[in-house]
Design a protein around this ligand. Structure first.
Ligand SMILES: NC(=O)c1ccc[n+]([C@@H]2O[C@H](COP(=O)([O-])OP(=O)(O)OC[C@H]3O[C@@H](n4cnc5c(N)ncnc54)[C@H](OP(=O)(O)O)[C@@H]3O)[C@@H](O)[C@H]2O)c1
Length: 352
């Protein structure tokens, strides 16, 4: 049976202005489908899409002339290729993928819609056994976690890793890759998430509600100390970095996702981080290496991350699934900052 023709317009959640999602995002039922593909691009019928905190943070921060609104919201999706455009993919292939922020701003493409035009190098076949709603949330968080551990630094088998924010989407993917590599892993979250993180293989759990993480780590550092400390919260205490000599091995590296500007991290978080980075050792600073994770759209990284998913060493964790009409409720869940795994919407209600 021939595939249904691609329509000229679609339903899409479009960001039209700066603000919180309830003010800034609107359901457009006649948004144009971007069917004209450049070389190397494919068209994907989106079946499920997922959220990242950067979505609502940028919405609240960037003015229209920088963000080039209106554009479709969010970065992560899973669906079916409807125009492979001579790429290695085939029409009908189930894929998952992501749209990096700079590409989103230049193409106006996003995930919360029915059809997305995207470079083929940013999508990868969904392996059998992985549900569409599970695949939908892997892109941005997966690429961030992979890039942190294997490009920003090079985590080695047997090393010790601590993930501040182990139950964040980035954190839980990093934990699973590190455990697959044979590393010893510590992680923080609130106490109710200990069981979940132990289930991912976490060897040492720190409950951040029971006192500052840096104090708990300094009181009982591992031996050898951590080789890599991944700060995956984005709003966290800079003291975790400045006090890290007590638990970060000499030559070890502190990797940070942020702080992200906007809600949560705020410019206060940015200022605190700058002070922490510039404070000399004599005044309580540290010489430990600090690196910002700046996610990369390299095809090789998506393929290498994809292998962890394909062979089941890393599993996608879904916090909640919303209907396409309930995008604003889904944003509320993301903005609570309490999700364990990805917040997903079904664009096609028939998928699992
Ligand atoms: N640099 C980059 O390229 C890049 C890319 C992607 C994401 N990011 C940033 O990375 C951060 C994480 O994103 P995400 O999507 O992975 O987050 P997420 O899944 O939305 O994070 C939710 C989790 O954060 C945990 N959490 C909140 N406050 C915490 C704290 N003080 N200590 C430990 N855990 C805490 C919550 O656990 P509890 O319920 O236990 O508090 C919850 O499970 C965000 O700031 C995001 O903007 C950066």
């Amino acid at each position: 049976m021939a595939a249904p023709a691609v329509p000229d317009t679609q339903k899409a959640w479009v960001i039209t202005r700066r603000g919180v999602p309830a003010q800034a995002v609107h359901l457009d039922t006649k948004f144009p489908v971007s069917k004209k593909l450049a070389k190397g691009e494919v068209l994907v019928r989106v079946q499920a899409a997922a959220f990242n905190p950067v979505g609502y943070k940028m919405m609240g921060l960037l003015p229209n002339f920088v963000a080039r609104r209106p554009h479709v919201a969010e970065h992560d999706f899973a669906g079916v290729v409807v125009d492979a455009n001579g790429s290695g993919l085939k029409e009908g292939h189930e894929v998952y993928g992501w749209i990096p922020l700079p590409l989103k701003l230049s193409t106006k493409q996003g995930a919360l819609c029915e059809y997305v035009r995207v470079p083929a190098q940013l999508v990868i076949p969904t392996p059998p056994g992985v549900k569409t709603t599970e695949a939908a949330g892997l892109g941005l968080a997966g690429m961030t976690a992979y890039h942190a551990l294997f490009a920003t630094t090079r985590l080695e088998p047997g090393q010790h890793l601590f993930v501040n924010g182990g139950s964040t989407a980035v954190g839980m993917l990093a934990i699973q890759m590190a455990k697959a590599l044979g590393c010893t892993v510590g992680a923080s979250a609130s106490g109710k998430k200990e069981g979940f993180l132990r289930g991912l293989g976490v060897d040492r759990f720190v409950d951040y509600t029971q006192g500052p993480v840096y104090e708990q780590l300094a009181k009982d550092p591992p031996s050898p100390k951590y080789h890599v400390l991944l700060e995956a919260v984005g709003t966290a205490d800079p003291l975790v970095y400045t006090r890290s000599e007590a638990y970060l091995a000499p030559g070890g590296v502190f990797l940070s996702v942020g702080p992200q500007p906007g809600v949560g991290g705020g410019f206060g978080g940015f200022a605190r981080l700058m002070v922490a980075l510039m404070t000399p050792k004599v005044l309580g600073g540290t010489k430990a290496q600090w690196k910002l994770i700046s996610v990369d759209d390299r095809r090789s990284e998506l393929e290498e991350f994809g292998r962890y998913i394909e062979d089941g060493r890393v599993k996608s964790v879904v916090d909640s699934v919303f209907a396409f009409e309930d995008v604003l409720k889904a944003y509320e869940r993301v903005m609570e900052g309490r999700s364990t795994g990805k917040v997903v919407v079904k664009v096609d209600p028939s998928v699992e």
